[in-house]
Design a protein around this ligand. Structure first.
Ligand SMILES: [Zn+2]
Length: 142
């Protein structure tokens, strides 16, 4: 294989600038593979047109398929139940608008503490909310 002389690299550069793909440049140079051309191009910052990207041509289809999947569904709300399905062992934390037909309760398995109406997360949430409210009220009061 012929070594990469500055002249040959310059030739690759010129051909790449002319819009030739790496495989066409390789064919033009004669005794090098397309991969060798791509490699030397990468090393010297030469960008190829057309079918140069043997490795990344199919890698990332950067088309406009940016589907925004609903990622806001909090995992703790999985398995929400209606009021009919509430039991002594399910979290009764209300989720959503009570006037809306989609209104549900958390329904998660409660902790062993039977005195709490909510699951661990919602117990904490409910407690903190009321505490914050109290803090807020006391601040406003004086
Ligand atoms: Zn809950």
């Amino acid at each position: 294989m012929t070594p990469w002389t500055p002249e040959r690299i310059e030739q690759v550069k010129t051909l790449a600038h002319a819009g030739l793909s790496a495989s066409l440049i390789a064919a033009d140079l004669g005794d090098v593979s397309r991969n060798a051309v791509v490699g030397i191009g990468h090393r010297h910052g030469i960008k190829f047109h057309g079918g140069d990207g043997g490795t990344n041509r199919k890698a990332k289809p950067k088309t406009q398929c940016r589907i925004n999947l609903p990622t806001e569904t909090a995992p703790e709300y999985v398995g929400m139940i209606t009021i009919m399905e509430l039991s002594d062992t399910t979290c009764r934390f209300p989720v959503g608008d009570p006037l809306h037909p989609d209104f549900r309760y958390c329904g998660k398995w409660k902790s062993d503490d039977a005195t709490l109406p909510y699951c661990g997360l919602h117990s904490r949430l409910a407690y903190e909310t009321s505490k914050q409210r109290r803090d807020h009220a006391s601040k406003q009061a004086g």
